[in-house]
Design a protein. Structure first.
Length: 225
């Protein structure tokens, strides 16, 4: 049976958007001062973003990028994630949607963003379709299928189990999947592509169901800060 979600908003991930993210650590370093970063934003057609994710950027493709450091340009040591979807999960303990009044306001911000589309209500299968489309873009951009996949509700909760997919380059891990929205509301869920230095955690655990918990821990070490 599909698992219901109250709302799903997304901006399709493209091959060009993935390629831009993958290249960010290797572009000429942009010093962490307002003027230098502002000039790089203008050159790329990016904007500052403060409402959907605090201290983040809206890329020219319409996605929201958040960097662990002030500037993601030429920064090889910090984690970054690119949000291309936002989900309002259905809490089994909140069948009456008592939280809908205030959380819908946050979802509407994502739904109104240029290039974004929305489905209300939706299901986990709709979320998986968005993730599958994004996975095809990552595979085409990197020229390789994901190295590992894991279906888990570890980073989402509320009984919503979605797929994580993992790629590795020589320097970074790219992890496609759900992640908790770390805003003050803490209830919504990002669908995102994370790019993090491989130094965030040791090598991938061995494949196999008996190592799923270790793989969840590895994923969390990369995408959570």
């Amino acid at each position: 049976m599909p698992t219901a979600v109250h709302a799903l908003a997304h901006c399709p991930l493209t091959v060009d958007a993935v390629a831009e993210l993958v290249a960010l650590p290797f572009v000429p370093l942009a010093d962490e001062d307002d003027d230098t970063v502002e000039e790089e934003l203008r050159r790329r057609g990016w904007q500052w973003e403060a409402e959907l994710v605090r201290d983040s950027f809206r890329t020219g493709y319409g996605h929201v990028l958040c960097s662990e450091g002030f500037s993601p340009f030429g920064n090889r040591k910090d984690r970054a994630f690119l949000v291309f979807g936002e989900v309002y999960p259905a809490d089994p303990q909140d069948a009456s949607m008592a939280n809908a009044t205030w959380l819908n306001g946050y979802m509407e911000g994502w739904e109104r963003a240029p290039g974004w589309r929305s489905r209300r209500p939706a299901t986990d299968q709709d979320c998986e379709a968005v993730l599958a489309q994004a996975a095809r873009a990552v595979t085409e951009a990197l020229g390789a299928d994901p190295e590992r996949t894991l279906v888990s509700d570890h980073t989402v909760g509320f009984g919503l189990a979605l797929t994580h997919r993992i790629w590795r380059t020589p320097s970074h891990a790219l992890i496609l999947g759900p992640s908790s929205d770390e805003g003050p509301y803490g209830y919504l869920t990002h669908l995102q592509l994370s790019q993090t230095p491989l130094s965030c955690a040791p090598g991938l655990p061995p494949a196999g169901a008996e190592h799923e918990e270790a793989l969840e821990t590895w994923i969390t070490a990369h995408i959570d800060w």
